[in-house]
Design a protein. Structure first.
Length: 79
């Protein structure tokens, strides 16, 4: 069963659209949406394992220019 996580992303001022455009094509990203509230973007990611999700977040998402901070929430229940 695939692992799933919600990645809550804060962006630098004026960088939300650019960040969304860079995250959207990444393998494992199921959806990415700009939102209002304390975070600017929420991405839903899936991978074969929790380690693969960690690699995606730290290796592919964190290095994107314009991202200030992320919080990754692992899903503990899937249908």
């Amino acid at each position: 069963m695939a692992a799933k996580a919600f990645v809550l992303i804060e962006t630098a001022v004026g960088k939300t659209k650019e960040v969304v455009a860079k995250i959207r094509p990444l393998e494992g990203v199921k959806s990415v949406d700009p939102v209002t509230g304390p975070y600017d973007v929420i991405a839903i990611v899936e991978a074969e394992s929790l380690n693969d999700i960690g690699d995606l977040v730290t290796g592919k998402i964190h290095p994107i220019s314009g991202i200030s901070r992320t919080v990754t929430c692992l899903s503990i229940w899937t249908d």
